[in-house]
Design a protein. Sequence first.
Length: 83
Amino acid sequence: MSTIDRWVGTKEAASVSGYTPIYIRYLIRQNRVEARRVGNAWLVNLDSLLAHKAKMESLGKLKHNPWRKDLQTGGQGGGQDAE
């Protein structure tokens, strides 16, 4: 992949990644992909999205584990003892 940042709208990101635009917006809200708000539209960094997809594919069934180490530093499952 090139080192140039590629920014695309959620519809184009969906067609490239195979995710739905709704799921891409979810990833944006969860800060799992790099994105910028321009007016009413979100621009997604395509390299960031494809890196996220590759990571999820490499995790296989472990991607559903809320206790995996990459989430314990602030993501889902990171603050379960804080109550």
